[in-house]
Design a protein around this ligand. Structure first.
Ligand code: ASP
Ligand code: CP
Length: 314
């Protein structure tokens, strides 16, 4: 693997192999000394043009656990505010030596441009581009589901027949898109539930079923309910009447969690709007995997950096 830009073009065997490497990385993270020398001498640049807590920090932790050097760049406070372009910013950082560039950008396709342009000679990892994709989020979500379902017997497995319901602001969600491609490649059945205003028109071409009623979806007892954040920062119009109505119709409130089977997982990529798309009780319930997702994010990002960079000299 040279770059990780999208989950759409990943094959099942490639994904299973990545998840299996992440299992090995999780074993390392459970040891007293959490470091491997695998990427000693390599440099990873975190290039963040949009805000992030989990993704940026976990890529940093992942790179450090593999003994790589890390440069953290965030557009806020940089010369981007003086008008410097993506090309010049990337080339400036690459000139200081970068073997991999982890990029988050508000423009869908920015990581692809960086990978295809030849501006820099580094592996590119998409850490979220506009409303397009967030591949490492989908990988860590798949890893989390597989681990909850199969525990120590996870290695080598996909997610055949697992029912996943993704709920909320699908229109603006790169997490939803990456998960639709990845989870279906692994054999899961994905359904989307959202108000019609927050569903993209092209979902009819996606490998999913679409519904509008969260109660029907909950009563079908899915294995996984994945709640999405309302992406207010990407909304330039009113997509629903008000927060109270959204939370009543589309939020995972206490009564809906109570109706889920005990084994169903409640997922959210974070950051959460508690009280809007998910109640505090749902977010903190035993069914919630929110913090497991964060912890698994480190193992997944170690696996991705390792696959991109280890042995890249040979
Ligand atoms: N953190 C995820 C993303 O950057 C999800 C979200 O922000 O709602 O796409
Ligand atoms: N889930 C996720 O990508 O979180 P951040 O936006 O905090 O990185």
């Amino acid at each position: 693997m040279r770059h990780l830009l999208s989950t759409r073009d990943l094959r099942r065997d490639e994904v299973v192999a990545l998840l299996d490497i992440a299992e090995d990385m999780a074993d390392v993270s459970g040891r007293e000394i959490k470091k491997l020398p695998a990427l000693r001498g390599k440099t990873v640049v975190n290039l963040f043009f949009e805000d992030s807590t989990r993704t940026r920090v976990s890529f940093e932790v992942a790179a450090k656990r593999l003994s790589a050097d890390v440069i953290n760049f965030s557009a806020k406070g940089s010369s981007v505010s003086k008008g410097e372009s993506l090309k010049d910013t990337a080339q400036t950082l690459a000139a200081m030596g970068a073997d991999a560039v982890v990029i988050r950008h508000g423009a869908s396709g920015a990581p692809r441009v960086l990978a295809d342009s030849g501006w820099i000679d580094a592996g590119i990892v998409n850490a979220g581009d506009g409303t397009h994709e967030h591949p490492t989020q989908a990988l860590l979500d798949a890893f989390t589901i597989r681990k909850r379902l199969h525990g120590v017997a996870s290695r080598g497995r996909g997610l055949d027949g697992v029912a996943v319901t993704i709920v909320g602001d699908i229109l603006h969600s790169r997490v939803a898109r990456s998960n639709v491609w990845l989870l279906t490649t692994l054999g899961a059945h994905v359904s989307l539930v959202a108000p019609a205003t927050l569903l993209p028109v092209d979902t009819r071409h996606w490998p999913v079923t679409v519904g509008y009623d969260l109660d029907i979806a909950i009563d079908s007892a899915p294995d996984v309910v994945m709640m999405l954040r309302i992406q207010s920062e990407r909304m330039n119009a009113a997509f629903f009447p008000n927060a109270r109505e959204y939370s009543r119709e589309w939020g995972l409130g206490d009564d809906r969690v109570d109706r889920l089977p005990a084994a169903s997982m409640v997922m959210h990529p974070g950051p959460m709007n508690r009280g809007l798309e998910i109640s505090a009780a749902a977010a903190d319930s035993v069914q919630s995997t929110v913090l497991e997702q964060v912890a698994n994010g480190v193992s997944i990002r170690m696996a991705v950096l390792y696959s991109l960079l280890a042995g890249s000299d040979s």
